[in-house]
Ligand binder design. Structure first.
Ligand code: NAD
Ligand code: UGA
Length: 374
């Protein structure tokens, strides 16, 4: 197939593009940056178009028309950005993405749209004010694609503008699918991690996800910060498992994914953020750290202090993946410890590559030596 992949050089996009090239597809990749796809940027079946899709001067319609399938991964996807730039988050994640969907509707091209598990919001437990007999029951936090309610916080908690923008886009795709000859699949990822996840190089950059904050603290010996105590829970999914599932959606066997929504996640890898910090620190000590350098302390900070005003968290979210199991025969394989080791090894090595011009001293060299030996 000829596939138009928007956001192809991001964390998920770079792995997916590699897989699709390996499977023999021809890819037109659009992104602002290219640093995560440099190793295959010159592939004969890849055309890279460096483009900010918010600019009016690009040929979206022609690119869509020329493709057999469109995949849209473009978004501001990090919580720090929802707080700092809520309007930009809405603009990119809804308004700009809608233009892509509209072009797919117009030219009747199948669209794979990346949404988010954040659309589910918080659990019933957070609204029940202690009224539930069994609040730890995982069923309160297990979300199913076609039956779960969405519980989002108040407008002044502008974290939810991300979830809301993604949710609205999902609803528009659904409506277009009802009214027009338009075929789409929506993917809701649950906390993927792995090589090429965002780096914490500059506090003014995209403000990355928790794995990167913790890695930065481990490498630099600064504090690992638990927002509001770190009791929130997440189910972590290794990128290789995720790509296996996403690729099955690309293949769409017998139309199984037509007009469907899929959760992609690993329900067995649930962990609190506090446990995640402790596990990462233990693994780092075991495999990567210079024994003469003290490990970071784990401290608690308020959400206002860490993100600024307007933050509210998802307390817990477990993916119901029965649909992907049934329709696509997919099953995640990676456990938390192994995925952390792999992701940390890559991060440590790459971080050093990127930062080596800025940081001097034996400490960083030792980290890389340990990473290579792990
Ligand atoms: P990412 O930030 O690594 O990738 C997004 C890509 O879009 C980046 O390469 C970025 O350069 C590009 N982009 C941003 N603005 C652009 C613009 N104006 N023009 C052109 N390109 C632009 O994020 P990711 O983790 O790979 O996520 C991909 C998609 O999956 C997003 O839609 C995100 O909301 C969704 N998602 C991801 C996760 C996860 O676990 N990683 C979880 C839930 C949802
Ligand atoms: C993020 C993004 O919102 C979504 O793009 C995406 O849908 C989702 O990840 C995902 O990957 O599935 P979230 O899990 O809240 O959502 O993002 P993280 O920044 O990774 O935060 C996870 C938890 O760690 C949050 O409770 C946050 O408050 C906490 N955190 C973060 C810390 O305790 N310390 C930190 O240094 C950073």
């Amino acid at each position: 197939m000829k596939i138009l992949c928007l956001g192809a050089a991001g964390f998920i996009g770079s792995h997916l593009t590699k897989r699709m090239l390996d499977e023999g597809h021809t890819i037109v990749a659009v992104d602002i940056y290219d640093d995560k796809i440099t190793e295959f940027k010159d592939h004969e079946r890849l055309t890279f178009i460096q483009q900010d899709i918010r600019r009016p001067d690009w040929d979206l319609e022609r690119l869509v028309q020329d493709s057999d399938l469109v995949i849209d991964l473009i978004a501001y996807a990090n919580p720090g950005l929802y707080i700092k730039l809520p309007m930009e988050v809405f603009r990119l994640n809804f308004t700009e993405n809608l233009k892509i969907a509209d072009a797919c509707v117009k030219y009747k091209r199948r669209l794979i749209q990346f949404s988010t598990c954040e659309v589910y919001g918080r659990t019933l437990v957070t609204c029940a004010n202690g009224g539930l007999k069994d609040p730890e029951n995982p069923s309160y936090a297990t979300f199913s694609e076609d039956t779960s309610e969405f519980i989002l916080g108040p407008v002044e908690k502008h974290r939810w503008i991300y979830a809301c923008a993604k949710q609205l886009l999902e609803r528009v795709l659904h409506a277009q699918g009802l009214e027009k000859e338009f075929n789409y699949t929506i993917i809701r990822p649950f906390n993927f991690i792995g090589p090429k996840i965002d780096y914490l190089l500059d506090e003014t950059d995209g403000i990355p996800r928790v794995f990167s904050f913790f890695m930065d603290a481990l490498i630099n010996g600064t504090q690992m910060k638990l927002v509001d105590g770190g009791q929130q829970r997440r189910c972590y999914t290794y990128i290789d498992d995720a790509i296996e599932c996403i690729y099955r959606v690309v293949e769409n066997p017998n139309g199984a994914c037509d007009k469907q929504i899929f959760n992609i996640g690993s329900p067995d890898n649930e962990v609190s953020i506090r446990q995640l910090a402790e596990k990462m620190r233990d693994i780092y000590a075991e495999k990567f750290a210079d024994p003469s350098v003290p490990l970071p302390e784990i401290v608690e900070v308020s959400a206002d202090e860490f993100y600024g005003k307007g933050y509210e968290d998802s307390d817990r979210r477990i993916p119901d993946i029965r649909k992907a199991q049934k329709l696509l025969g997919w099953q995640p394989k990676w456990g938390l410890r192994d995925m952390l080791i792999d992701s940390m090894k890559y991060y440590v090595t790459e971080y050093m590559e990127v930062k080596k011009k800025r940081i001097d001293g034996e400490f960083m060299h030792d980290i890389v030596r340990h990473a290579n030996a792990a």
